[in-house]
Design a binder for this molecule. Sequence first.
Ligand code: NAP
Length: 285
Amino acid sequence: VVLVGDNPASLSYIKRKESVAEATGFATFDFRFSASISQCDLEGELRLIREHPEIDGVLLQLPVPKGLNSDALIAVLGSDVDADGLHPFHQGTTLLGLDGHPRPCTPLGVMALIDLAFWKRSQKASADHENDFPATWPLPRADLSGLHAVVIGRSALVGKPVSMLLLERNASVSILHSRTVKPDVMSSQADILVAAVGQPELVGANWVKSGAIVIDVGINRGPTGKLVGDVLFDQVAPRCSAITPVPGGVGPMTVAMLMKNTFEIFERNIAQAESSEQTSKKRGE
Ligand code: NAP
């Protein structure tokens, strides 16, 4: 875990990530740097971290302080240790729908929550276990053929990659952003609505189609200082078939997907080490 500066929200996010990592059996290494570190010095430190023999995956906590270029830092870390799935190579493999590569964690978490909503729907239709969580993981991948998904937000962190994952599942996807005219009208046509805007409680009941699945990615401070999402939960919840809360919805799933990505990088590294050991043996080295 690499943290630059002491942004209180970032500190609380990494604390949660580290405690989940420890609880699930990962060794964690904490690298903290002052907000005044230069781009050049930080890049040098990241080069050392990425070469550390015991480290499989690196999380660079975003956002980094003003004056630092996060794109350049992610590029320096390289794709091999990219547990976040945010390196341009992995944005590319996500766009192309190539399997076997880390994908951005928050979009992966959003898709897992959509799968959960469909799984619960199927349980409700077939039995009386509607509140149970599935006993096995991963859940069946929901096929979104014929459904309209609307994503509000087009960031590289959430909006764009989650749109690609929805498209991969055969949804017809609309992406809205700050220049969209009448976003509420477009949003109210969605069977699946993903809000990744960063505007406290922007999405009211009139933005949501009755029976929609609503995934709220936003984490914002409301006027009273309370954590709220992009969706006005109390107004929207009665209209939809499933909705994620803030806090407690997408956030924990993002952390879970960070663990999944890291574990998969670890497995790949083990497989590569075994294969090069076998090659050396064959050559008699
Ligand atoms: P971002 O980079 O600021 O992007 C926000 C997007 O929303 C932009 O594409 C922007 O459009 C669009 N937008 C802003 N105002 C809008 C409006 N009134 N109508 C329609 N679109 C509008 O933010 P982000 O990094 O994607 O994060 C979004 C939210 O998710 C934030 O609250 C963040 O804290 C949260 N987040 C949560 C998690 C988690 O684990 N739960 C992870 C990542 C982010 P333009 O492109 O035109 O500016």
